[in-house]
Design a protein around this ligand. Sequence first.
Ligand code: BGC
Length: 766
Amino acid sequence: MIKAMLALGSLLFGGLMVSVGDTRAEEQTSLSAEQGDLVESLLLQMTLAEKVGQLNQAAGGRSKNLNSKLTPEEYDRVRAGGVGSYLHVAGAEPLRELQRIAVEESRLRIPLLFAMDVVHGYRTIFPVPLAIAASWEPEQWETTARISAREAASSGLHWTFAPMVDITRDPRWGRVVEGSGEDPYLGSIMAAAQVHGYQGQDLAAGDTVMATTKHFGAYGAPIGGRDYGSADISQRSLHETYLPPFYAAMAAGTGGYMTAFNDIAGRPTTANADLINGTLRGTWGFDGMIVSDWNAIAELMNHGIARTRSDAGALAISAGIDMDMMSLVYADDLSAAVTRDPALLTHLDNAVRNVLKAKQKLGLFDNPFIYHDAAKEAVTLRAQDHLDAARQVAVRSIVMLKNDNAILPLGGKAKRISVIGSLATDTQSQLGSWRARGDKAEVVSLLDGIKSGAGKGAVVDYAAGIDPDNPNALQEAVELARNSDIIVLVTGEDYDLSGEARSRSDVSLPQEQQILTDAILAVDRPVIVALTGGRPLAISNIAEKADAILMTWFLGNEAGSALADVLFGKSAPGGKLPISFPHTTGQVPYSYSEYPSGRPADPDPTKDTNRYSDLPITPLYPFGHGLSYGDIKISNLVLSAQTVDSSTPLTISVTLINNGKIAGDETVQLYLRDRVASIAQPQKMLRGFKRLSLKPKEKRTVSFTLTSDQLAFYAPDGKWRSEAGAFDAMVGSSAENIVLTSEFELTETVESKVPASAIATKVAVK
Ligand code: BGC
């Protein structure tokens, strides 16, 4: 039917086209029609206005005002072909009507694309991304993304602005909560898992959504951690640290990318042709769709590289940005630029092609209404198995930072438990920074979870400790704590302290939380701290005085149930930090993977070495740190050979055994170091990990198989190269707790094409 319509369309309107005036284009029309190439046929029929219309992504309203902008005037804009996509819209029924107008009442009947930030859940909300990264289990991301896609697609959406894969080493940056932390290898594994989860096997299946890997560039490296700020970084760190997860997402098939708001050394990514058309589309071979960030094309004027809106549009379209999120520069000002400079038409056509192809991959030309079944939506949102998964993912995301004298799990030990801290009832915070259509009324609070998990014999009391309407709140909390057997103190940040435009200059606790925390830690009772937050926090007082600490981030719908599962021993905690926790804000930015100094840091502060004189040389809790129940030992490091070359991979294996009395988890981590190379190499680079759950006495052998490409670095000539020489293989339970080391040799120098951290190590468990 569509093909017939297109043929008719070309007959009726062919002569009126702005862009098909020349004979070459007309030849192409018949060629394309013969080949039945829908996208090319459409392109040849489109007016300039319809082309820019396809590149225009309009906003349907944000959060509570979802769909609020879908007015009669907006419907007319769709009829006129002025919009290609909407973001911040939702609902099978409302969007069906909008889609109907597009495919029945617009001239070329091109379907619309509906998008939203479905980042860690749609209606069922999962833990925030940094928390899921802490599971060190890509399976958790795959499940989360799969369910999110199923829910979002049932609600009329085709497209999510996720995964967010920005690496950051600066916890001051508010958006640290949205990514996978500091490490490009962990980040790459998590990026690929999300793409697989969102997109499934078939983008046209009707229960999958197209992924947008964001924010392409170096958004996670703004100076001082201030959101939107310039990333003045080297090409080496761009390619070795920030870009690998973007590559991994492409290898996993991401349908789209979103570019970063900020600039790299003065070049805003929104207009960076070398990075978008050069690296991403050229060197890497990406052939999908690229969207700008919100209003970012217009903001090229603020960056000081465009004088007018039409200049900004020309820069963005030439750089390779297909769709303009919200700024209306393409819609309103690109035609003028094209008239001035007809060479832009090629870029414009490419952009339209990419948008139409995305619609095609999603099956929208064949069945534009497949995403609009309200009955399916009703049974899909918050289905019981989604909630069960949310609880499971939340359990896996919790990181036990400390557990003195094995005070946890509580089991039947505690009779009177006092839960202290207003964050224990703050259900809004558990939804985290992006909550799509999550509803705080549907969240199990930490307090409610503890109450239902505590068991019959226990008494659970609560005091907020912080209450603007009650001047005695703190005193009452201290009293309650004194009269209990054990204290669960819920402290940290609330959701509004991390996320976009939420950078902080100080990553310690907010003042009122600190006052409450210090007062409770001074009570002579065992204190278990459940720490909430969306970033690494500087918590030295807690680290020193609490008996146990659980990093609970923001855990989503099933937050309280998951915390209770861990507290009372139904499940073992086993998350690991995906980013270092500093002693103080002054210790950031920090990474375990820095280059070695000529004067390496020495614990002795009287020596002149690479350190702060007033802090230990390692962070408070290092990358990869996290405890569990049980007592798991790592032993028996075996290498398949002492040498490796481009044709023979190397297998590194270790054995884990649980010598404890209860089940526990360990995530065994493999780090490498290239000892001597033509340019200095990081002190450690993560190149493999595996989380295992072991029953008492259970024993497992984990093998990591690496290739020589995974030893490469980004050389000054812009090539990936692994240099012959000696390497250390280090295995441990965190970046600072290496228990076994061995040496091997790469016997030849090898050039490769792929960012080394983006290559997944093969892992086998026996
Ligand atoms: C954010 C993006 C997001 C977009 C649409 C922007 O402000 O930077 O991550 O996808 O808004 O909501």
